[in-house]
Design a protein around this ligand. Sequence first.
Ligand code: ACO
Length: 323
Amino acid sequence: MIRAKIIGSGACLPDNVVTNDDLAKRMDTSDEWIRERTGIRQRYIAKDGEKTSDLALGAARAALADAGISVDVLDMIICATTTPDESFPATATVVQSKLGMTRGAAFDVQAVCSGFIYGLSVADSLIRTGSAKTILVIGAETMSRLLDWTDRATCVLFGDGAGAVVLQAHDGKGDNSDAGILNTKLFSDGRLHDMLYADGGVSSTQTAGKLRMQGKEVFKHAVTNIAAAITASAEASQVDLADIDWFVPHQANQRILDGTARKLGIDPAKVVSTVALHGNTSAASVPLALVEAVKDGRIKRGDLILLEAMGGGFTWGAALIRW
Ligand code: ACO
């Protein structure tokens, strides 16, 4: 059986760090309020002119270097983003060009904060069906461009960044000892649009709009949906949650991470958290957290890891991976 194995990973953050105290100088908020409600201490914000494709390119180059492969080996680039450089073409094609990749295909996926899980799922399917051998999956965002900086209830939550992985076809036995993606589970419910959306778009307002959110409602659904996605993915491969070495969640809010772990009886020490440093970077948050835990040596070859996310739509999902 063909498995999609992660052979490299990399991240890219803007240079510019913005702390909660920095925000408190610009608006009526405080480090204490933000930390208590969310766990966020700082976020990275792209400089003027720094685009999603620039961050995506940085993460892509780091992932290719980590995998030890040249760009010529890539069959496809999938970029998950809610904040593309332009309405079209896809940010993935901008990255393709900047990498000097002259063959294969590149396209974006849009599932907001779940985008990286959706991208992984598409890449996994393409590799397992033999349509591609090597795929670069990127989650990249400049969420700072989509924020209403006069709305303190949302603008303090988000940040910019990018993370990427290289997936490659490997032979497996078809059981849980295989390296690579063991399963992915995707869900959405479009009826929940009004809880989290951007109030603009090409065909409606001809503007990008700004992010709007009903925070309390999102919070409640997040814990329920993320717990359901984790359970569905674990059950699909008949894995006990206790046997999973690392949970790498979407980094929206420390209280969502804690609430989900409590609901499922997961040891909080097994939950990778970078929300304090990055804030919510939407589609970039799962790969950024993944790269952090790989680089600092927590995630090791052979570990069983579960990635999960939820975002606007609502969309949610999970991926079970043998590292
Ligand atoms: N600084 C200071 N005070 C603030 C701020 C701020 N940045 N923002 C809001 N407040 C005030 C409000 O005005 C309100 O004041 P009032 O009582 O005088 O009216 C008070 O704080 C409480 O506001 P709430 O909105 O009720 O605060 P809550 O405790 O619900 O926390 C939060 C808000 C942090 C957004 C929370 O609802 C949350 O985390 N929700 C999850 C949303 C999320 O993570 N979304 C990410 C995208 S979705 C995803 O990725 C899963």
